[in-house]
Design a binder for this molecule. Structure first.
Ligand code: XUL
Length: 531
């Protein structure tokens, strides 16, 4: 009898640990989840984290993530999940978070004891019991110090793919060195959340992959190796504590005997190196060629793209090494003003109705008669605009106090996509297609403007667990590369995966109108930033 091979994708995110399992026909055959607050109340987290009184320091106990792994596998076992069929596991971790292992941790991981849970036997392995995570913003002084040492924000972006950011791991490590020197001295290895979970699975230190490693302000984005100057400016003796970097499709090791004994995994089950959640989402959305773009329209809008010639910017987004192509890159640009800002306009001018919002879009023309608006309801990330407010301009660039309801509705949507077109071009993204995801991607009127502004077809995908699914795809990809003894292009490994729905074709006349508007949009944006 032929047994169907299964691929397990784990996603250790901020609030939960999830598993998605696919078969070799790319079908999701099982999903499991553990919610940190609800299922592991003893850790007393809120939204999976602990916050300082001033809100700046945000951490999670690393043992929470261990307990979650124990519980997830117990739940899978209770559901009679066929562990023996899993030929490869990979995973996704919330980006930037770090785990500090004591010097003796490696031996303990190698000798996991069958009679004890992972939780019971990892108690004494951590030199820092509160792992800094991506929501932490307490390291501004460390960021400025790194920028000063390396020659300014743009120099840090040119070297590492992003300017210094508070949540990026290197700056978090610098803070630990400065505030908890003995703990740092006790540390033998620093893992990311992604490589931490992989380490538990293989019973050894698993490497950090180059894609998640790009979120540390420590990696040379071109060579995909540790950037010595950044390491030296961050902490003494850092390179040996970080260990080697690995290609995202490489094998971290075989699953440890502890998992074969307790759950019935095959001893041949491969663990493919884990990566960050945004890289795994990119894999889950199957962006692989330069020009493949995904726009997620959620609480914040996020644009992901695959690109071959990145232009790192100090003010626009991040460049990471691609998680699916050793020669490629991905860009990620985040906008704080997403769904909440669209909904604010909907509530203020069309009585809270999406039907009326769509009708207003239908009543107005592409280009909005020259009207351009900037809706900064929340301090904006791209470009950085801290002061909130709405700025409206007529066709002659004259500021206006208000627009008509229909013009206001079109202005908020057009403004968001014009901004994405402008800033994505700055970092080297040249879209050939866009995959729209997230709540607002069900609105045809919004997708119409997305397609016309960029002049490319829009596809739609409903992928709520794209990071876990992407991890499962990456497990399959890495397993295939290992089996064939060479790098197999991700697209080839995923041949046969269900196609996305081609939803919208660009109207080239409308696209020409938007292209014509770009210079004015850029000039007005500068004006808004200056005020
Ligand atoms: C990315 C970021 C978050 C985390 C958690 O830079 O900080 O998206 O990866 O999801």
């Amino acid at each position: 009898m032929n047994v169907i091979p299964l691929f397990l994708g784990l996603d250790s995110s901020t609030q939960s640990l999830k598993a998605s399992v696919i078969d070799d026909q790319f079908k999701v055959v099982a999903e499991f989840a553990v919610n940190f607050d609800a299922d592991l109340p003893a850790f007393k987290t809120q939204g999976g984290v602990h916050k300082s009184a001033d809100g700046l320091t945000v951490t999670s106990p690393p043992q929470l993530w261990v307990a979650a792994l124990d519980l997830l596998f117990e739940r899978m076992k209770a559901a009679r999940f066929p562990f023996a069929q899993v030929v490869a596991v990979s995973g996704s971790g919330q980006q930037h978070g770090s785990v500090f292992f004591k010097k003796n941790a490696r031996t303990a991981l190698q000798h996991l004891k069958p009679g004890l849970t992972l939780f019971e036997q990892t108690r004494d392995l951590f030199s820092v019991d509160a792992s800094p995570i991506w929501m932490d913003s307490s390291t501004t002084s460390q960021c400025r110090a790194l920028e000063t040492a390396l020659g300014g924000p743009q120099a840090v972006a040119d070297l590492t793919g992003s300017r210094a950011f508070e949540r990026f791991t290197g700056n978090q490590i610098a803070k630990i060195v400065q505030t908890r020197r003995p703990a740092y001295e006790e540390t033998g290895r620093i893992a990311l959340v992604s490589s931490f979970i992989a380490s538990l699975l293989i019973g050894d230190h698993a490497p950090i992959d180059v894609s998640d490693g790009s979120g540390m302000n420590l990696m040379d984005i071109r060579n995909k190796s540790w950037a010595r100057r950044a390491l030296e400016s961050t902490a003494p003796g850092l390179e040996s504590r970080l260990g080697p970097l690995a290609a995202s499709h490489s094998v971290a090791g075989r699953i440890h005997a502890w998992f074969t004994g307790r759950y019935g995994f095959s001893p041949d089950c491969q663990v493919i190196v884990f990566s960050g959640d945004n890289p795994c989402s990119l894999a889950g959305l199957r962006l692989q060629k330069a020009g493949d773009v995904a726009i997620s329209l959620g609480t914040s809008d996020t644009l992901f793209a695959t690109l071959s010639d990145p232009k790192p910017s100090a003010s626009e987004g991040h460049i990471f090494a691609s998680p699916v192509d050793p020669a490629g890159y991905m860009a990620m640009i985040v906008y704080k003003n997403g769904s909440l800002t669209r909904e604010d306009v909907r509530n203020r001018v069309v009585g809270g109705s999406w039907e009326k919002f769509a009708a207003a879009l239908a009543q107005t023309q592409p280009g909005n008669g020259g009207h351009i608006g900037f809706f900064i309801k929340e301090p904006e990330i791209t470009p950085p605009i801290l002061k909130t407010g709405i700025h409206r301009f007529d066709a002659h660039d004259k500021p206006l106090a208000r627009f008509s309801p229909e013009v206001e509705v079109r202005a908020v949507v057009e403004g968001q996509f014009l901004s994405m077109r402008l800033h994505s071009a700055h970092v080297g993204i040249q879209p050939a297609m866009i995959l729209a995801t997230g709540g607002a991607s069900v609105e045809p009127g919004i997708l119409r403007i997305m397609s016309d502004v960029f002049g490319v077809p829009v596809f739609t995908a409903d992928k709520p667990n794209s990071a876990a699914l992407g991890a499962a795809y990456r497990a399959l990809h890495g397993w295939l590369c290992q089996k064939q003894g060479k790098f197999v292009p991700f697209a080839e490994a995923l041949t046969g995966a269900p196609p996305f729905l081609r939803t919208m074709e660009p109207d080239l006349r409308a696209h020409a109108v938007y292209s014509e508007m770009m210079n004015r949009y850029e000039m007005l944006e500068k004006k808004v930033i200056e005020t």
